[in-house]
Ligand binder design. Structure first.
Ligand SMILES: [Zn+2]
Length: 199
């Protein structure tokens, strides 16, 4: 039996409202899939819910926190999310920064693809691993690591270049995270409820 996760965002003014909304979500899941077909949703879990004493500042943080703490056979967990919405100017900058990170994150794969392409189109039809001395047919090499001992084929300058590409991504990711952490503007409050479900 496997597991999947199932989450719902719930807006509630108090504990009573939270309970009512969780119960009604569960009823809805039961009726949606037909009686007896409870797999993959809250009906496959223990009844009730547990409020975790943790306040998350974003959906992603709450989501990961619940998955780290929830057991698929126990009841669902609820975490309060107090999220800054960001000003329009901040959100615009964040979007641009996110796009930059997305673009940069393709670069390591492109670097490796280029390296493999050049190898396949070089004169030599074999490549020796300096570490384990295995001579490999280049047509079977699709990555920068030796298939026998996992040592990198890259020269020192190539390896440094790849490292720099990766560091650049990390720097821009950190910059993005800082922009998200420093969001201002209106605050939105809700509960993230869910967890692992047997499926
Ligand atoms: Zn090797």
């Amino acid at each position: 039996m496997g597991s999947c996760d199932y989450f719902v965002c719930i807006e509630a003014k108090n504990g009573k409202q939270l309970k009512e909304k969780i119960d009604s979500e569960r009823d809805f899941m039961g009726s949606e899939n037909g009686t007896g077909s409870y797999c993959g949703n809250w009906n496959a879990k223990e009844n009730g819910y547990r409020v975790l004493s943790y306040i998350a500042n974003s959906y992603d943080v709450a989501y990961n926190y619940i998955l780290d703490n929830n057991d698929k056979w126990n009841c669902v967990d609820a975490v309060k999310v107090i999220e800054k919405q960001g000003t329009p100017a901040q959100n615009k900058r964040i979007k641009t920064q996110q796009e930059l990170v997305n673009t940069l994150s393709n670069n390591p794969r492109n670097f490796i693809k280029d390296w493999v392409f050049k190898l396949h189109h070089a004169k030599s039809k074999t490549k020796s691993c300096k570490h384990c001395n295995t001579r490999l047919d280049v047509t079977y090499i699709n990555t920068i690591h030796c298939s026998k001992c996992n040592t990198s084929f890259l020269t020192q300058p190539q390896s440094t270049k790849l490292q720099k590409i990766k560091e650049k991504i990390k720097t821009q990711e950190e910059k993005l995270q800082k922009m998200i952490d420093n969001k201002g503007g209106k605050t939105k409050e809700y509960w993230l409820v869910g967890g692992w479900c047997p499926s």
